[in-house]
Design a protein around this ligand. Structure first.
Ligand code: IVH
Length: 710
């Protein structure tokens, strides 16, 4: 554990809050919400049930916090917890005899250095009921002696809590919540988050009232956007590995990677919604809204979607408004958090062992529906993965009619014992894709029959295979028409080379006639008769042919991504484009090197893929260098190769790389004679030594910025 000296004296706030909390604890316990839906329990069975619930919850806690792979959803978990709490209240002696269960959970994994928070990191009390929200307000109103309390209502971000410390404006550390007192140091990984500045923006003329505290622990959440969740799951599926059940697991699993480079491959995001310790105390924002404003002024990502409310009725309507609005949020949210606005009132309200009394999380119960499983269809993906898709009797769920749900893979069907004809419960997992969560065995009829997973690809008849260590069952035939169509669809998509006009119907027409057998054939269409092509696709192909021709000079990474190399998504494709620089070099990748090199080399070791690549080169595809820069970027750094080492004062590594590339330069991993400049920050590594030995000039961040602007 690392001792902390910077914040010596920060304990004062905590002691004060805890003391105030103690004075009021009696009143709060007495008015705690009554347990709802409590099935009868008698003194005889209570001890067994309490102990069973504790064991079960401890397992779920471990799966959720340490392994980031929960077995059950939040709603079911919260129900179990609520049941335990009610039993413990109803049978206090039984509860006291057996050991308690920490309410706050513990996310420490033992894989990172631990660090003690200067101020405790609390959890939130949760509820699913409006009457509990009213009770929350009533308690505070009683305590503070007034009804018109003001609240801020924020989304409850569904990610992983983090405490980021800035000292004199500079990011020094990022720590997980851990057990609330001590978390794990994940600074190296957190620095890979693109939008997280290492340096707080200083007070300026327009912004004189936002001084930078000497030291501040900012509390927030690391999460992935819904779009990134979808993107990564598609990548996982293409790679034949199990996708993430929801965005939270993805964020939590990613931030625990031991290699920050792996973290950088996924676009994690961060948002700040709270303050832990702050020195001097006078620098602490006086209200929750002021905190939001100042976080943004410091240049940090703050909470954008907030509502304000005064009194209980407004509180309830604000929570409801957030509930309606959340369908449009780009980030995953599972509820609303209501917080008392003035920090002075928050202090008066204090905190319990695990949560503040001035805030509450209102969670939206996941919408579930029951319907009958009519059949299971097999979809063939672009890498040949056979995905079982449930065909359902149409049912309303979260505002839309659902007719299909994913069943993920063969094992999942066996594990859940799903049979055709069953009544199944479906839920929007991570609030996006409907998934089957359970089978209603009570309604199983004798005619329900087990699904026999096909031994062969339903599209081309090739025997299916399952590679060791993969959950996916695949069609190994790269020439499979279904795979070909999916591959072309992917290659033509906006994210890849963007061949607008090449939709599914045209692709089918071209593939059916055997005119497009691999991606390079698209570039040979020009040679065919336009009239025949137009007749065949039912529309003019002039625009399409122009687009195809123009795409020959799309950026290299778009081709790398478009070729559908297993395990190479958009982010890895950009890295590969930087590293290899040309189609020819990609084809010559060898198996030595990291996972990316190996994925590329393995792909092009197959003759069919080598032929596809050679075909592209032969038809004259000449991607625009390795640039991942935005259109309109400059070329001030064209031909210059930079190597970054050490921590730069304001830019993260990702931001510096982006700037260099936007100006036409390249960033390399290691120093060689070809290196133009080494950009050195604090604590540079051996790269600086090597630069000196090779006579490569060394510059600092300011110089780099000058070069870019020059
Ligand atoms: S405030 C002292 N605000 O929810 C108050 N937490 O279940 C501490 N969370 O541990 C938290 N969105 O990880 C707060 N707008 C928000 C939040 C939020 C998500 C998380 C946080 C917390 C957990 C409690």
């Amino acid at each position: 554990m690392t001792p902390n000296s910077f914040f010596s004296g920060s304990g004062r706030v905590r002691v004060f809050a805890a003391t105030v909390g103690l004075i009021f604890v009696v009143a709060f316990v007495a008015s705690a919400p009554a347990a709802t839906n409590l099935p009868p329990a008698d003194p005889q069975s209570a001890p067994t049930e309490i102990s069973a619930l504790r064991t079960e919850l401890a397992r779920h806690d471990r799966r959720y916090h340490q392994e980031a792979e929960p077995e059950i959803g939040d709603f079911d978990y919260d129900q179990l917890r609520q049941r335990l709490r009610s039993l413990e209240q109803a049978f206090p002696t039984v509860a006291a005899e057996t050991s308690g269960l920490a309410e706050i959970g513990d996310d420490r994994t033992g894989r990172f250095k631990t660090y003690r928070h200067c101020e405790r990191m609390l959890s939130l009390d949760k509820t699913y009921s409006e009457s509990d929200l009213r009770a929350f307000h009533a308690r505070l109103a009683h305590l503070l002696g007034r009804e018109d309390l003001s609240y801020v209502i924020e989304p409850k971000f569904d990610g992983l809590a983090v405490s980021v410390t800035y000292e004199r404006g500079r990011l020094v550390r990022a720590v997980t919540r851990g057990n609330g007192l001590e978390g794990e140091d994940i600074t190296a990984n957190v620095l890979m988050i693109r939008d997280l500045p290492r340096q707080l923006r200083a007070t300026s003329d327009e912004n004189p009232s936002n001084p930078i505290p000497e030291a501040i622990e900012l509390r927030g959440e690391i999460y992935v956007s819904l779009a990134e969740f979808r993107r990564i799951n598609e990548e996982q599926e293409a790679a034949g590995v199990r996708g993430f059940a929801n965005p939270r697991n993805l964020a939590a699993g990613t931030i625990r990677q031991l290699d920050p480079k792996e973290v950088a491959r996924r676009n994690l995001e961060i948002v700040f919604y709270g303050v832990g310790a702050c020195r001097p105390e006078t620098a602490r924002p006086a209200t929750q809204s002021e905190l939001h404003a100042r976080v943004r002024q410091w240049g940090l990502p703050g909470v954008a979607n907030t509502w304000k409310a005064r009194g209980a009725d407004e509180l309830l309507s604000a929570v409801a408004a957030l509930g309606r609005g959340r369908a449009t949020f780009a980030f995953p949210t599972d509820g609303a958090v209501a917080k008392l606005e003035p920090v002075a009132s928050q202090r008066l309200a204090g905190e319990t062992e695990s949560a503040p009394r001035w805030a509450i999380a209102y969670k939206f119960a996941p919408e579930r529906a029951q319907t009958r499983l009519k059949g299971i269809a097999i979809q063939v993906g672009r890498t040949g993965v056979l995905t079982p898709v449930a065909e359902l009797e149409p049912v309303e769920l979260a505002g839309s009619t659902v007719t299909r749900a994913t069943l993920h893979n063969r094992d999942e069907i066996t594990r859940r014992d799903v049979r055709i004809g069953d009544y199944v419960e479906i839920e929007k997992a991570g609030e996006i894709i409907p998934a089957i969560v359970s089978v209603n065995l009570a309604r199983r009829s004798s005619s329900a029959r087990a699904f026999v997973f096909p031994e062969a690809c339903p599209e081309c008849g090739t025997p299916a295979v399952q590679r060791p260590g993969e959950v996916a069952v695949r069609c190994p035939n790269r020439a499979c028409p279904a795979q070909l169509r999916r591959r072309i669809e992917h290659f033509a998509s906006k994210e890849c080379v963007d061949l607008d006009g090449l939709g599914p119907a045209t692709i089918d027409a071209l593939a059916d006639r055997g005119w497009v057998k691999d991606i390079s054939d698209l570039y040979r269409l020009r040679l065919l008769d336009r009239t025949v092509l137009s007749k065949m696709t039912g529309k003019s192909v002039d625009h399409l042919l122009e687009r195809i021709e123009a795409s020959k000079h799309a950026e290299l990474w778009r081709f790398v991504y478009g070729l559908g190399i297993p395990q190479v998504g958009a982010v890895a494709a950009k890295e590969a484009a930087r590293r290899f620089g040309s189609l020819e070099a990609l084809g010559a990748a060898d198996l030595n090197g990291d996972s990316l090199n190996q994925a590329v080399a393995r792909h092009f070791s197959e003759p069919r893929h080598r032929a596809e690549l050679a075909g592209l080169i032969a038809v004259g595809v000449q991607p625009k260098g390795n640039s991942v820069a935005e259109a309109g970027a400059s070329d001030r750094l064209a031909g210059k190769v930079f190597v970054l080492t050490g921590a730069l004062p304001t830019l993260t590594r990702a931001q510096a790389t982006e700037k260099i590339e936007a100006a036409g330069g390249k960033v390399a991993d290691s120093v060689s004679k070809a290196t133009s400049y080494v950009v050195a920050g604090k604590d540079p590594g051996a790269k600086l030594e090597r630069a000196k030995a090779l006579g490569v000039p060394t510059i600092d961040e300011a110089e780099l910025v000058r070069l870019i602007k020059k």
